[in-house]
Design a protein around this ligand. Structure first.
Ligand SMILES: Nc1ncnc2c1ncn2[C@@H]1O[C@H](COP(=O)(O)OP(=O)(O)OP(=O)(O)O)[C@@H](O)[C@H]1O
Ligand SMILES: CC(C)(CO)[C@@H](O)C(=O)[O-]
Length: 259
């Protein structure tokens, strides 16, 4: 039977890029939630993500409810699945995945967050696992309703919005670290996504729906946190904006699955 691995996705709520001349020390500080996730199965030829053949070499098939390119850190999931296939489930595989993300310009802090595991992950020092530093904080048991808004390349997003991400990111991180909590995350992620221009007025009005605890947008994903009794109503309202996914916040980490 083929080896199987569970890999959570990560949605960053706010971040401050840190660029150096070495991909290992390049990354970001910030915070995000783990959701999902994906299941990687080591079989066949090529690297596949749902229906897409990404590479002809390698031998891993990744199945995930979340699409590539919207903001669910799917590229980090792919890089982690590939690196673990080559190096085994060890810290050096995550370093390799981080270096691939930074070099491809598909991510900065996602591999560190996924490597750390947990629910709400705060990244306090940028870099690859082992060099960067992050810790997980508990989340309330609430629903997360996400909508796929648009496919936008991470490299393009980081370049075209560089100065506003740098200034809003620096303020967001400083405010969060004064008093880190799930509630602070919701408030700061909303403010960051408004300042950077990810969240429009139509999305913001969803915050007034019964049961909604908070919301933010990241690149091409809308993320709404909802009391569990209201999930279906909110999912229905969000459907007008894009394909909807419903999850519950919980502790997640990369782990082998029984074959
Ligand atoms: N490790 C990889 N191997 C092969 N192709 C990849 C890899 N990572 C990304 N890609 C390609 O890059 C694109 C998606 O990368 P991108 O970083 O923009 O999306 P994402 O990871 O889903 O979003 P984000 O990083 O903002 O959360 C896809 O079109 C995919 O074909
Ligand atoms: C750049 C980024 C937002 C892409 O998902 C993420 O890697 C992060 O928070 O550093």
């Amino acid at each position: 039977m083929a080896k199987r691995l569970f890999i959570p996705h990560h949605i960053s709520g706010f971040w401050l890029p840190v660029y150096t001349d070495d991909p290992v020390t390049t990354g970001s500080v910030g915070a995000g939630v783990l959701v999902g996730g994906a299941v990687a199965v080591y079989e066949g030829v090529g690297v596949r993500y749902n229906d897409a053949l990404l590479e002809r070499d390698g031998g891993v098939k990744i199945a995930s409810p979340f699409p590539l390119g919207y903001g669910y850190a799917a590229s980090a999931v792919v890089a982690i699945a590939k690196a673990i296939g080559e190096a085994g489930l060890a810290p050096r595989a995550f370093v390799k995945a981080h270096v691939e993300e930074v070099s491809r310009r598909t991510g900065l802090g996602d591999v560190l967050a996924i490597y750390t595991g947990g629910c709400l992950v705060a990244r306090v020092k940028a870099g690859a696992p082992g060099i960067g530093e992050a810790y997980s904080m508990p989340c309330p048991k609430v629903g997360v309703v996400t909508a796929d808004l648009a496919q936008i390349s991470t490299g393009h997003m980081l370049t075209s919005r560089h100065s506003v991400i740098a200034s809003a990111g620096a303020e967001a991180v400083a405010e969060f670290l004064k008093n880190p909590s799930f509630e602070a995350f919701l408030k700061i992620a909303l403010n960051f996504s408004k300042r950077v221009g990810f969240l429009d007025a139509r999305m913001e009005t969803l915050g007034k729906l019964p049961g909604v605890l908070g919301l933010f947008a990241k690149k091409g994903v809308l993320v709404v946190f909802v009391e569990r009794d209201w999930i279906l109503d909110v999912a229905h309202a969000v459907e007008a904006l894009g394909k909807v996914h419903v999850e519950t916040l919980r502790e997640l980490r990369v782990e082998p699955l029984l074959p």
